[in-house]
Design a protein around this ligand. Structure first.
Ligand code: FES
Ligand SMILES: [Zn+2]
Length: 188
């Protein structure tokens, strides 16, 4: 089994959990306990070989700073959701769309100097204990995981391999393919 995380912005190993992920909108009784930090489920990692038979996927659209509908391709911190517990109903969160944040799945302003902006999301008023928040950045239901992480890695690898860049250490991210300095390009 190969891990498929391929960016230098992968969350620290200490934040990983082996808890089985629940589905994105699964609802349960709201706990009265205080908010806990997000944990990313390693059980949701995808085997590259399994994906060789892969299904094509289209990326989520990230807003461009100039207001145009330019397609931006994010870096992928982790192919699987972050399991977030005990968010406060009505609370406003900023979901990282660029993939560069070190506080995934939330924005830590690492997008500054890029064309990406965070997605502002209001936690629904309906009580829910667990949210699966997208951490591959390709969900079509941001910020909730829609399982796109299961099918998008092959497309991501191919796009980065084909991209003409420029890919240099002088940039934070290539928004044409999601390449970041240190990303290892994979031959398929
Ligand atoms: S750090 Fe990624 S959108 Fe802000
Ligand atoms: Zn590129």
């Amino acid at each position: 089994m190969n891990n498929t995380a391929q960016s230098t912005s992968t969350p620290a190993a200490s934040s990983l959990s082996t808890t089985a992920p629940s589905r994105g909108n699964e609802s349960s009784q709201q706990s009265a306990s205080s908010p806990e930090p997000a944990s990313c489920s390693s059980s949701a990692l995808v085997d590259v070989e399994d994906l060789a038979r892969g299904v094509s996927s289209s990326p989520a659209t990230a807003p461009a700073a100039d207001g145009e509908k330019k397609q931006l391709y994010p870096s992928v911190p982790f192919y699987g959701p972050c399991i977030v517990r005990n968010l406060k109903p009505g609370e406003t969160k900023k979901w990282c769309t660029c993939g560069l944040s070190k506080s995934q799945p939330w924005c830590d302003s690492s997008h500054r100097g890029t064309e990406f902006k965070p997605l502002v999301w209001k936690v629904p008023e309906t009580p829910q204990t667990i949210y699966d928040i997208c951490n591959c950045k390709y969900t079509k239901k941001p910020p909730l995981c829609d399982a796109t992480h299961m099918s998008c890695p092959i497309d991501v690898y191919k796009r980065q391999k084909a991209c003409t860049g420029p890919h240099t250490d002088a940039i934070k991210i290539c928004s044409a393919c999601g390449w970041t300095p240190g990303t290892v390009l994979i031959d398929l």
